[in-house]
Design a protein around this ligand. Structure first.
Ligand code: F0G
Length: 395
């Protein structure tokens, strides 16, 4: 019995127990969206239950900045390995295994390596990950090690690692699972499906952090298919889309991509040699989805912009302390940019805005504790001491 049949059987039992009310167990996005993905019907889903992440409406920050519209954050940090990469990886690894691959390889600033390692473990195949020398958040590194990947640190940055992977893939029996693998973007497009399902329509603006620009491209593919359009940004079909929803009357959002100022090739008009930013996930100087991302900008009437590390970190803290949502620095670039463009009127008051929070804040605790451990109040382990403290703080 396959894993899928096994889990379906489990569901049948549960449905029966619940009187057949159809409480179908969600088994991940490959099964959920199989009709809208380019996978063979018999391909066994390699899944960890990814997708279905919360779309959280911000309750405090819009008022703080005097915005009359709605801001939602799509909290992709709640995927199984803590980032949006799981959406792409479930589809890429499902396809790789179906095609007979025994190993996957990727270059990564951290999150792709965690996802590749986890899905390879799930499938029982080997994962090789090439990471830059330093500047990979500790949580991500710990994940790749825990999932059993072969982790290789190269003396170079992400762009060097990516170049090596591309060269290797031509002659080695390994499947590249970076976003140059079109199945990755096919999986990641499902985030747009979920947003439309949750809102009943597409937002007016969709803001994302941009590194390789795969994710912004994937979202545009998802919105386009849902709205009955093909897009030339899709490298899977190159504009001959077989998944467009013919009856749809949806509008598509304007896509806005934000980069870190020290790693902003889309703002410079070409590759950046020595990219640097505290948002290590997007420390990329030579984006792999360069042309598709410009197509997205053009087709959606969107734009790119850049943020300083200080702006990114300030928004990361603001989101955590005002809304209770903890994302990693790269993710905060989406909201930091949106708030700036709300202030300067590029995003009109009254608009509906979705910001993708690409990764979980727990991935990179060092960035929060960069000034050392916060000074903590120490008191005796006595009831009266605690009571005194409460009185002091509550007035
Ligand atoms: N946010 C996070 C948390 C990321 O990990 C990445 C990319 C991005 C944003 C940018 O997405 O590349 O599709 O534009 N991380 C890759 C990695 C490079 O190796 O984990 P993109």
């Amino acid at each position: 019995m396959t894993e899928l049949e096994d889990s379906k059987d489990g569901n049948r039992g549960r449905e029966h127990a619940l009187g057949g009310i159809g409480n179908r167990h969600y088994t991940g996005l490959v099964e959920h969206y199989r009709q809208r993905l380019p996978l063979a019907p018999e391909a066994r889903a390699i899944s960890l239950g990814e997708g279905r992440t919360p779309l959280i409406r911000l309750q405090n920050i819009p008022g703080d900045v005097g915005f009359g519209g709605e801001i939602y954050v799509k909290y992709e940090g709640l995927n199984p390995t803590g980032s949006f990469k799981d959406r792409g990886m479930t589809v890429a690894v499902t396809q790789a295994v179906h095609a007979g691959s025994r190993a996957v390889i990727c270059a990564s600033t951290g999150n792709t390596s965690a996802a590749a390692a986890a899905y390879a473990a799930r499938a029982g195949i080997t994962a090789f990950v090439l990471i830059p020398d330093g500047k990979v958040a500790q949580g991500k590194l710990a994940q790749a090690v825990a999932y059993g990947a072969t982790v290789v640190q190269i003396r170079g940055n992400f762009d060097d690692a990516m170049q090596l992977v591309k060269e290797l893939a031509e002659s080695s029996p390994v499947t590249v699972v970076n976003s140059i693998n079109p199945y990755r973007l096919q999986g990641q497009k499902t985030a747009a499906f979920e947003i439309i399902e949750a809102l009943g329509r597409a937002p007016d603006f969709h803001c994302l952090p941009v590194g390789n620009a795969g994710n912004i491209t994937a979202h545009w593919i998802g919105y386009s298919e849902s709205a009955g359009h093909s897009t030339e940004a899709c490298l899977h079909c190159g504009g001959e889309c077989s998944f467009t929803q013919a009856t749809s009357t949806l509008k598509r959002p304007r896509m806005v991509g934000y980069q870190a100022a020290g790693s902003a090739p889309f703002m410079r008009g070409g590759p950046v040699r020595d990219p640097d930013t505290v948002a290590t996930a997007i420390r990329i100087g030579n984006p792999q989805s360069w042309s598709p991302a410009w197509t997205v900008q053009k087709e959606s009437d969107g734009w790119f912009d850049e943020l300083t590390d200080e702006e990114i970190l300030a928004t990361q803290s603001r989101l955590a302390s005002r809304e209770g949502v903890f994302c990693e620095p790269a993710s905060a670039a989406s909201l930091a940019g949106a708030l700036r463009d709300i202030k300067n009127g590029k995003i009109a008051d009254g608009s509906t805005v979705v910001c993708t929070l690409t990764g979980n804040g727990l991935k990179d605790p060092a960035v929060i504790l960069r000034g050392g451990m916060p000074k903590m109040t120490q008191i005796d382990a006595e009831r009266s001491a605690v009571e005194r403290l409460l009185t002091e703080h509550l007035g």
